[in-house]
Design a protein around this ligand. Structure first.
Ligand code: ADP
Length: 263
């Protein structure tokens, strides 16, 4: 493999609760590589493996590494650790200089961030206590209908709107444990799976809307995190909040990108 110019490599690691993400930056801050590790192995092990693989593939003279995310403290390979809020803000503004707010939904938490005109963090709110507003709730619901998480949005037809032909129902619980039992009873009443899943999306959207309201989120609002790939949820959040929600480029990697930019 061609050797890169001296000291060109900056590595950002986002050691999330469900997935580890890495972004390798080359000269001029161009993205050389993105890496997604969903193996569920300990963050320290994943961080070491990614750094080793990057060194083997690109043979840089030096590799400056910053870690963020839930497992960042465990990444010995990273010289600095920086919070996810700061890294997401930096990553999103790098890709979308007009961004004024960010909604990040991962496997176990959701964050709303409001940015100042110059891109610094003005306010943020986080939900890491209740799974009902996060990716894990959607995963639980998907499993119930034997769907892969990546299939759910298409299964819903890309929307969470209620089919006017079916009876009106909502999932009212704010706790995933009770919401699951509501799903069971919807199932028992013969609710079509697509309609039940759309109701799940509307329930997640309502939770997330509270976070956005808490920080006074304003447009342009960008959607990041693995869950940003779910366009039915994006549509539901837009409908609930009345705010247009744009999916960020490299949506699952913006935290890792921000970390790389700090490296
Ligand atoms: P974390 O940083 O908390 O580990 P991520 O931002 O990496 O989380 O996102 C992981 C979440 O994204 C998981 O809950 C997963 O189900 C969800 N996800 C991944 N791919 C998709 C997809 N194609 N559609 C919807 N959700 C997805």
């Amino acid at each position: 493999m061609e050797r890169l110019p001296l000291s060109c490599c900056r590595l950002g690691l986002d050691l999330g609760s469900t997935a580890a993400k890495a972004v390798l930056l080359g000269p001029d801050d161009g993205i050389l590589e993105t890496i997604l590790d969903q193996s569920g192995r300990p963050p320290a092990e994943i961080a070491d493996d990614i750094a080793r693989a990057v060194r083997e593939r690109h043979a840089p003279d030096s590799l400056s590494t910053v870690a963020t995310g839930y497992g960042r403290a465990l990444a010995q390979t990273a010289a600095r650790k920086i919070t996810e809020i700061t890294c997401h803000a930096r990553g999103v503004r790098h890709l979308h200089p007009d961004a004024r707010s960010i909604l990040d939904i991962g496997g176990q938490d959701a964050k709303a961030i409001r940015l100042s005109r110059d891109g610094s963090v003005e306010d943020f709110a986080m939900n890491d206590r209740c799974a009902a507003g996060t990716g894990s709730f959607l995963e639980v619901a998907a499993r119930r209908y034997r769907l892969d998480i990546g299939e759910v949005s298409d299964f819903c037809g890309g929307t969470a709107e209620q089919d006017p032909e079916t009876a009106s129902f909502e999932i009212s619980s704010t706790c995933v444990v009770f919401a699951e039992s509501e799903l069971v009873s919807l199932n028992a009443r013969g609710t079509p799976p697509r309609e039940a899943l759309r109701a799940v999306h509307r329930a997640v959207a309502r939770r997330v809307a509270l976070l956005l309201k808490q920080v006074g989120a304003d447009a342009p609002l960008y959607f990041t995190g693995g869950v940003a790939r779910n366009s039915a949820l994006r549509a539901a959040i837009e409908q609930t909040t009345g705010l247009p929600l744009r999916t960020a480029s490299h949506a699952q990697f913006t935290g890792a990108l921000g970390a790389a930019l700090f490296a």
